[in-house]
Design a protein around this ligand. Structure first.
Ligand code: COS
Length: 382
């Protein structure tokens, strides 16, 4: 379908497509197999200026909106969701600074993020605080001109690979969510180290690691926004990032559909290519319908978010749920169309199905998204 992209959007798509075709697809199976972080590909992405999309122009970025980001992510995810996740995590990690950071912090960090010289990551989740984001236990105590952070963050995307971390910690533990604040922690800060790297079912090229803060001392000016406003910034950050996860589902489902159709055209059974059988055609047709419906919703949500930045929660959660549930279904159906071959690592749909699962879980499970949508509906109709 023609979505009438602007010249700039088409340029973003073409640039990301070239990286996907030339740099990602040839190595994705190997990265998956070896659990290997795609450092060289991220450097190519930086050279192609794609890290600048989500940074405002005055800090060296392209000043793109949500729509521009989802287009880039969709193309990268068509190649590999693990690689695309590593790219997206830098945006997620720096959104708190863009949302609530001081002018000095923006000038210090955003140009490096835009050029891809440094990557960011977001440190929210802990072993006992996943869906319940306000249940974190990491603390930050002021000591003269410094903050002292203590705690362990779990499952941090780009952990150990990024140089800049937005860490959520309690500055007033008795106040719960209203006692949370966000801090910038940099690689090399005293008391900051990395824990074990996870061995995952899918998106294996992305790095998922613990962050350990043990009497980690950082300068006073690393507090992002006002003390105690961290939870609201976290919620706004996730509102901004969730359409990106939706677009990973779109790119992944497109890749799975492409593989399934091409296979069905060349696989001969009962004397005919299997695409000539209605049973197979109907599976492919449903995959295509669901994919296009998801894409239309993601693009519509992204356009809505760009023009209504203060009212994005419902659109953001709706597209995240629909596109990622769809990606799980479409990748599973792709494996079905390829049959026994689809189950083998020799064909890429096996990896696609494994990669799809995390999309329904990370950046807020799809059950949490439904809670957000339900609460927004409750407000709208009151
Ligand atoms: N934008 C701005 N503020 C928001 C907001 C949003 N989208 N959503 C909630 N808030 C505010 C509320 O208005 C409330 O403010 P006050 O304390 O001033 O009233 C505050 O934040 C707390 O909101 P709420 O009571 O709804 O928080 P809950 O503890 O019930 O949690 C959910 C809300 C479940 C939505 C939140 O914990 C969440 O998103 N969990 C998933 C976390 C996640 O995505 N983790 C993935 C890992 S991060 S990559």
């Amino acid at each position: 379908m023609d979505y009438f992209f602007t010249e700039q959007q088409q340029m973003i798509i073409d640039t990301a497509r070239e990286i996907t075709n030339e740099k990602i697809i040839p190595v994705r199976a190997e990265l998956d197999e070896k659990n290997q972080f795609p450092r060289a590909i991220l450097q190519d992405i930086a050279k192609a200026d794609l890290f600048s999309i989500f940074v405002p122009e005055q800090y060296g970025g392209l000043g793109g909106g949500c729509y521009d980001i989802v287009l880039a992510l969709e193309e990268l995810a068509r190649g590999c969701v693990g690689v695309a996740t590593s790219y997206a995590a830098s945006a997620l990690g720096i959104f708190p600074v863009m949302i609530a950071g001081s002018e000095e912090q923006k000038l210090k960090y955003l140009p490096d993020i835009a050029s891809g010289a440094r990557w960011a990551a977001f440190g929210l989740t802990e072993s006992n605080a996943g869906s319940d984001a306000s249940g974190i236990r990491t603390t930050a105590v002021q000591d003269g001109e410094e903050w002292v952070l203590n705690g362990t963050k779990q499952w941090i995307t780009n952990g150990g690979e990024s140089q800049i971390y937005s860490i959520v910690a309690l500055t007033d533990p008795s106040k719960g969510a209203r006692g949370a604040s966000i801090f910038i922690v940099e690689e090399g800060d005293p008391g900051f180290s990395y824990g074990k790297k996870e061995d995952k079912m899918g998106i294996r090229s992305s790095s998922t690691r613990e962050l350990i803060l043990k009497d980690c001392r950082i300068p006073k000016d690393r507090l992002v926004g006002k003390r105690g406003t961290g939870f609201i910034t976290v919620m706004k950050t996730l509102d901004m990032s969730r359409p990106g996860i939706a677009s990973l589902g779109i790119g992944l489902a497109q890749a799975a559909l492409d593989e399934a159709v091409l296979y069905a055209k060349q696989r001969v059974q009962f004397g005919k290519p299997i695409i000539s059988f209605q049973a197979v055609q109907h599976i492919l047709a449903d995959m295509a319908i669901q994919l296009e419906a998801g894409r239309a919703l993601v693009y519509a949500a992204a356009r809505h978010i760009d023009s209504n930045p203060k009212n994005m929660s419902k659109a953001s959660s709706m597209c995240k749920v629909f596109a990622t549930d769809m990606a799980m279904k479409v990748t599973t159906d792709a494996v079905q169309v390829l049959g026994g071959y689809g189950y083998m690592k020799e064909y890429p749909v096996e990896k696609m199905m494994r990669d799809a699962k995390i999309l329904q879980i990370y950046e807020g499970t799809n059950q949490i998204q439904r809670n957000v949508i339900g609460q927004e509906l409750n407000k709208e109709y009151s």
